[in-house]
Design a protein. Structure first.
Length: 389
């Protein structure tokens, strides 16, 4: 990534043409890449991507400046139709800089494939037999996906779960853990699950039905955090400490109440999905995984947490994120490629970390606005009461 600062003061005051000039210089875009900013997908390519194509559909593409992530400067590419999201995110990134920016991390990119086995005569014995044959079952996948294997990916583990349902009776669900490296990996995992199925049916003496990835990619997670001095939230009329306390109190509601949690998480996805769209990701997969993760302990709750500690607002967001930088729309869509270039050609793990950062920043922006508004409203009421008295 370039050493130039992403702190582009006044970027929002430029015309779209001027912003393009700044962006092109910043990211060293070629004339073709600059042209791709106009929505570079053509009809013929679109016709190869999906069925029954009749046209193209456009959305605004913007960038949010000011991101400092793990000490590196980023402009965040965003595709979104909702006003205020971009400005709010740029503002949150600016405030996070005052605390040294964002810090991120991620697990290895391990996806889960599920094989559902019905009518198993003895589930416990079948489980033992499958686990006893784990090594050869995994070895049987050795010739699949040579590109993923060359990059260090491949099958990692097998787990067996037993579940019961009144319609089916007991069933076994085998989880294949598969490291798909820089691919989102849906196709790779589905093929591997299909390859496993006959041997699993034989070992369990049951009948295989589903062989498909799980979008709750719980083993493939990314996280981002920031620690911002409360003074960064000082504004006319109220102290930053008050705003920070308000953000923590707003999050408390999202931790205990699904009605608020859904809205709180929607704010996170405002940022995260905008980067997902810009970079050509399967945002439905990301949404499905995120919401399932938010309900992982039986109750739906906030994906992020915000606390006030030692004069700082400390925020953290961790969630499953299955994203890829090879294959799919990332390869086919010229604008998605420009977005990836803008982010410094990240690998899949880094892209997931950048996306979760965008989610955390957008969450901060929304909570700050809501908390500040509430505080202002409270002050006005106090003031009005004083005046009456
Ligand atoms: C609006 O798109 C998103 C917010 O409602 C998120 C939130 O309430 O935290 C502002």
């Amino acid at each position: 990534m370039t050493k130039r600062s992403s702190r582009l003061a006044g970027f929002y005051q430029l015309s779209p043409a001027q912003r393009r000039e700044v962006l092109s210089a910043w990211a060293e875009l070629t004339p073709e890449e600059q042209a791709a900013l106009d929505g570079g997908l053509d009809l013929a390519t679109a016709d190869r991507l999906i069925e029954n194509v009749v046209g193209l559909f456009s959305l605004p593409l913007a960038v949010a400046p000011n991101f400092l992530i793990n000490g590196r400067e980023y402009l965040m590419p965003l595709v979104i139709e909702e006003p205020s999201v971009v400005a709010a995110m740029a503002n949150a990134a600016r405030m996070a800089r005052m605390g040294g920016g964002f810090t991120t991390g991620s697990t290895e990119p391990v996806m889960i494939g599920q094989v559902q086995i019905l009518d198993v005569p003895d589930p416990d014995a079948a489980t033992s037999r499958i686990l006893a044959h784990k090594d050869e079952l995994l070895a049987n996948l050795a010739d699949l996906h040579p590109t993923i294997r060359q990059r260090g990916g491949g099958p990692r583990d097998l787990q067996v779960r037993r579940l019961d349902h009144p319609v089916t009776g007991p069933m076994l669900v085998v989880h294949l853990l598969y490291d798909t490296r820089d691919a989102m990996g849906a196709n790779a995992v589905n093929t591997a699950a299909e390859r496993l199925a006959p041997a699993l049916a034989a070992l369990s003496e049951g009948r295989v039905l589903l062989r498909i990835l799980s979008n709750l990619s719980a083993e493939r997670r990314a996280w981002a955090s920031c620690r911002i001095p409360v003074t960064a939230f000082d504004a006319e009329g109220f102290a930053g400490a008050e705003v920070a306390a308000g953000i923590a109190a707003a999050t408390a509601l999202a931790e205990i109440d699904p009605y608020r949690a859904a809205t709180h998480n929607k704010g996170i996805f405002n940022g995260l999905d905008a980067v997902a769209l810009a970079t050509g990701q399967d945002w439905r997969a990301i949404e499905a995984g995120g919401h399932a993760w938010a309900a992982r302990d039986g109750r739906y709750r906030s994906l992020s947490e915000w606390r006030v500690e030692d004069g700082h607002l400390v925020g953290r967001l961790e969630m499953p994120l299955a994203v890829g930088v090879v294959g799919g729309a990332t390869r086919a869509h010229p604008t998605a490629r420009v977005a990836l270039k803008l982010l410094g050609w990240p690998d899949a793990r880094t892209l997931a970390e950048l996306m979760v950062t965008a989610g955390l920043a957008q969450n901060l922006a929304a909570l700050r606005a809501l908390a500040a508004e509430g505080i202002q409203h409270g002050h006005m009421r106090l003031h009005a009461r004083k005046m009456v008295n």
